[in-house]
Design a protein. Structure first.
Length: 149
């Protein structure tokens, strides 16, 4: 199994053929880990190796987590809700909120695609787990945080 993080190694469930199973047990462990950290979120890397030129992860998010407004100039961001309820919040170039995209399984709203270069963040309404993916290695993909002057 690939190494995930140095401080916490979440064990995924693997079946007979060594395929990872994303199940309720894994989701619950990820949410429990998020409860134990100040930033109130925890991700689980789904790539085969850190050398891949992409980002694919589960991200457990709790209400009150602060994800800085940011954008990805070289990739869209695909977000699929697995559990919970949240708003993807879209901003214009001046930092004004222009749209909220509610993701809520009970409303049949399962995910969204944030286009290349669009400023965004997330407002977590109830404990949530998303699958997110984007192109480019973390820290090398050109992502930028919005800075208010």
């Amino acid at each position: 199994m690939p190494k995930r993080r140095k401080d916490v190694l979440l064990q995924a469930n693997y079946n007979l053929y060594n395929n990872m199973v994303l199940d309720k047990e894994l989701i619950n462990r990820l949410l429990d880990e998020a409860k134990g950290v100040e930033r109130k979120r925890m991700n689980f890397d789904l790539r085969s190796s850190a050398d891949e030129n992409s980002q694919r992860m589960l991200n457990a998010l709790l209400p009150g987590t602060v994800v800085p407004i940011h954008r990805h100039p070289a990739s869209n961001e695909n977000v699929i809700l697995l559990l919970g309820k949240l708003d993807e919040v879209i901003y214009d170039a001046e930092g004004n909120e222009v749209e909220r995209i509610r993701l809520d399984l009970s409303e049949g709203k399962f995910g969204c695609v944030i286009p290349v270069g669009v400023w965004h963040t997330v407002d977590v309404i109830e404990p949530s787990v998303i699958y997110e993916s984007k192109d480019g290695a973390f820290g090398k993909d050109g992502s930028e945080q919005f800075i208010r002057e």
